[in-house]
Design a protein around this ligand. Structure first.
Ligand code: SF4
Length: 353
């Protein structure tokens, strides 16, 4: 690769190769590492845009088919009434957003919806419950749901809030393939967004999930009022976990009336794309998922995200409580870009570190 394409604003030619060069070189090779620092990651995200995109796409092609995008479907199996105070969330009971709280759906209704999702091409079924953490009395029902969805031939993913070590083991035994637990933002900015739990609590659940042998899905949200360094720091935390998350969802905030962030200014398209590229470079074997906020993105913006290394999306009309592009629109986008659905599972990837 031509070295001129890889210079950073901080590159000092007179001093010769330094540690930043070493990080940049290993990132360009797609070598997974777990010793990222803020300055090293910052040197990548601040590359000239064309260099960053070229590097991210080059790394992406080492592991993935660049013309394939994995599709997941998400169902809210228990909506609203959550005790947590995540200040962006319509499901928190602390905010009046007009959302009707529901009880845990019954297994049959969930498996019927999962069967429909399979018919429309989804390979994974993600189920979300708005809880601080699941109660022991819900565990039997959750295990039955996992077994029912697995029987349909779909991979299963759940997001249920914080787990104990024992709960993680039980979910694994029932056949859970993935657990989603986002760290949301940087450790430094976390208390500005959520006060009812700590960043450390989040990492603890991720550890239990990993130790139970469940694949980890963890990412965050852009547009919470965080700085660029907060976005970088969030990715540094994820990339420095002992094993990279198999899935890294990157959400763009959908401001919801009634929440504290209802008037949050949007993240610029190019800043969002740069963050996707950085996630791809720092976690070269992970699926990087465009999640909430895709409805607000143009086809051109989504194409740039795929070029930057995003290779997974949610399909279906709704995410947990926010809108999502309809399936016809997604099919048209795939046709325009020559994309096909991927059924490659992250856990099968050769370089999951
Ligand atoms: S993001 Fe999750 S944990 Fe936070 S309030 Fe919403 S449902 Fe509850």
């Amino acid at each position: 690769m031509n070295q001129h394409t890889l210079k950073t604003p901080h590159h000092n030619e007179a001093s010769g190769p330094d540690l930043t060069d070493a990080f940049r070189a290993s990132a360009a090779q797609g070598a997974p590492r777990h010793d990222w620092t803020l300055p090293h990651a910052r040197a990548l995200i601040e590359l000239p845009f064309m260099d960053l995109m070229f590097m991210a796409q080059s790394v992406h092609r080492r592991t993935f088919n660049p013309n394939e995008v994995q599709m997941s479907t998400l169902l809210s199996i228990k909506t609203g009434g959550c005790q947590e105070d995540c200040n962006y969330c319509s499901q928190s009971s602390k905010f009046d957003t007009g959302l009707n709280a529901t009880k845990l759906m019954d297994t049959e209704a969930i498996t019927t919806a999962a069967r429909r999702a399979k018919q429309t091409g989804a390979s994974r079924y993600c189920m979300g419950a708005a809880w601080r953490s699941p109660k022991e009395r819900d565990m039997d029902a959750l295990c039955a749901i996992i077994e029912g969805v697995k029987d349909i031939g779909l991979e299963t993913c759940m997001t249920l809030g914080m787990l104990t070590e024992e709960q993680a083991v039980r979910l694994k035994k029932a056949g859970l393939d993935y657990y989603n637990h986002n760290i949301d933002t940087s450790e430094e900015f976390y208390s500005e967004i959520i006060t009812t739990r700590t960043f450390k609590d989040r990492l603890e659940t991720l550890q239990y999930v990993r130790e139970a042998g469940i694949n980890v899905c963890s990412g965050g949200i852009l547009g919470l009022g965080e700085s660029q360094d907060d976005r970088i720091s969030m990715l540094v935390t994820l990339a420095n976990l002992p094993q990279h998350p198999e899935s890294v969802p990157i959400n763009r905030l959908v401001p919801i009336a009634g929440t504290q962030l209802q008037d949050a200014p949007p993240v610029s398209d190019l800043d969002f794309v740069r963050t996707i590229a950085l996630a791809r470079l720092m976690m070269p074997g992970s699926m990087v998922r465009l999640s909430a906020g895709r409805e607000t993105m143009s086809d051109e913006m989504q194409a740039l995200c795929f070029l930057a290394g995003a290779n997974s999306i949610f399909v279906g009309e709704r995410l947990l409580t926010t809108g999502n592009p309809d399936e016809d629109k997604d099919a048209a986008l795939f046709a325009r870009l020559g994309l096909t659905p991927s059924h490659q599972a992250e856990a099968d990837l050769p370089d999951s570190p």
